[in-house]
Design a protein around this ligand. Sequence first.
Ligand SMILES: NC(=O)c1ccc[n+]([C@@H]2O[C@H](COP(=O)([O-])OP(=O)(O)OC[C@H]3O[C@@H](n4cnc5c(N)ncnc54)[C@H](OP(=O)(O)O)[C@@H]3O)[C@@H](O)[C@H]2O)c1
Length: 260
Amino acid sequence: MDIKLDGRVAVVTGGSKGLGLAIATRMAASGADVALLARRTEVLQEAWEAVSTTARGRVLAVSCDVSNAQDVARAYGEVMAGLGRVDILVNNAGTSQTGAFTTITDEVWQADLDLKLFAAIRLTRLVWPQMVERRWGRVINVLNTGAKAPKAGSAPTAVSRAAGMALTKVLAGEGAAHNILVNSLHVGLIESDQWARRHAQAQTSQSYAGFLADMGKGIPMGRVGTAEEFANVACFLASDAASYVTGTAINVDGNLSPVM
Ligand SMILES: NC(=O)c1ccc[n+]([C@@H]2O[C@H](COP(=O)([O-])OP(=O)(O)OC[C@H]3O[C@@H](n4cnc5c(N)ncnc54)[C@H](OP(=O)(O)O)[C@@H]3O)[C@@H](O)[C@H]2O)c1
């Protein structure tokens, strides 16, 4: 499907690496102006250059820690100053944070909720009024399959993600009358910078390709997904082609999750 996003402005959090970078690249190549939000400025600069290579619109890189309320407000101001509006918000920034329940301190719980839940709440609250005014908006929350099928040892992430799924449904209900469509995408195992980092940290003699192949063995489709495959679904949801899709929680996991 040829996705067209001409005339739209998208904000992608965690847009400098992995799934966020793939989404930003695909949206920019589809004609949207795109703002990339992430913390590390040198990595953002590299991402800006990469996205600009195939972009058909403007690309803006804004350094921001989305888990910090003041930083989110400042970054939103920079996006508005640079691109003038926001039509599409992709709440994607995140990390994997898990442990045995009794080892998770209040500080770890709070940091996880700030990054994965409050970042989405705060950014959505900022962009919502202009989407209502223009009667057009898309909010895409990137979550994980653990939101639907939490396992032992998967806190705090699974709990933050389940809250993100509830937030998605609440917002879809409130946005429907205003043509603001809100959906969540649930990641299983998708190749990204985080897996490259984990492979490097493991200091194994196994190649990265072998590491990914082993990860894929437990997935019914027999392989991990690619960031581009994930970005395709996000771009569809952001487009006019998805004009009757809202309040859904879509797995992008090669059927890894036991729950639909
Ligand atoms: N890939 C998977 O298999 C998988 C599985 C389950 C869930 N997910 C979820 O999917 C999303 C994308 O994951 P990924 O694999 O693409 O991760 P990644 O390769 O590690 O990229 C993470 C991106 O988020 C940014 N980021 C992290 N913390 C941030 C913060 N506090 N403020 C702003 N930006 C921040 C990073 O840049 P800076 O570090 O410079 O800020 C980077 O751009 C995450 O929410 C992740 O939890 C992924």
